[in-house]
Design a binder for this molecule. Sequence first.
Ligand code: PBG
Length: 308
Amino acid sequence: MRETKLSAHDIILPLFVSEKVERRRAITSLPGVFQLSVNEAVEEARHASELGLQALLLFGIPAAKDDRASAAFAEDGIVQQAVRAIKQRCPDLVVITDVCLCEYTSHGHCGVTKLDGEHFHVLNDETVELLAKTAISHATAGADLVAPSDMMDGRVGAIRQALDEHGFEETGIMSYAAKFASAFYGPFREAAESPPQYGDRQSYQMDSANAAEALREAALDVEEGADILMVKPALPYLDILWRVRKRFGKPTAVYHVSGEFAMVKAGAANGCFEERAAVLEIMTSLKRAGADLIVTYWAKELAQWTQE
Ligand code: PBG
């Protein structure tokens, strides 16, 4: 009689690969999550695959950052190296790469910025060009899907066109269609070493009060060629998830983000509830609200729990 079922096939495991780490480095605010070297990322991918997971989402932490995010589209960049290594050892795993500049810019913004006295602007079109370059470099390394998370205007269309022009017609796009400016990204910014050095991300991420705008954003991504739509964060935006899934009927993903993870970890550590029961309830609610795919830091545990 169960209407909603969770399966390892619905779950995407995020991995942080760092050029600065020998083996693995713990992330204090994300208990149990690590920054990995390329070799360790391959081990992690193999383990994930043995557990029955089918897809990974890769984030990179470069050795050096600059104001134009050059390491994001370097042929031998950290994500590009990790994709090649993982696809060689685990060819059946679906490798998705996060396409954004914030981990690679010295100022931590998701795009190229221009300072203007006390204010700053994110230069949308210049950023979109660099994002398209980044996407091509990921596809060249072997990524199956690219996931633009920057929220610039027009980036899905630009990436689609660039991929097609370079012979990557089969590389898919999972777009962060409705990504809200959220308090819940805190631990991720420690993990990815990407807190903005000035200002915030409210000029390009969405206002949490806006649902109609989320649908307009998603409609643009559909028109521009997105294959999978993503809503992010998860629990505070179940209504958005539901509406996006209903309105477009596209494969829809949701990102249960770092702060949501940390919150449950802290509650469980304080004896407020049992972690496994809480996680299963949350993940089931995401599926019930329309998620086909869930990005979560509990991916490996869930692969086991859903089999038991
Ligand atoms: C940015 C990006 C962020 C996350 C994924 N991609 C953070 C941000 O916008 O600051 C957050 C994921 C999480 O919190 O788990 N490119």
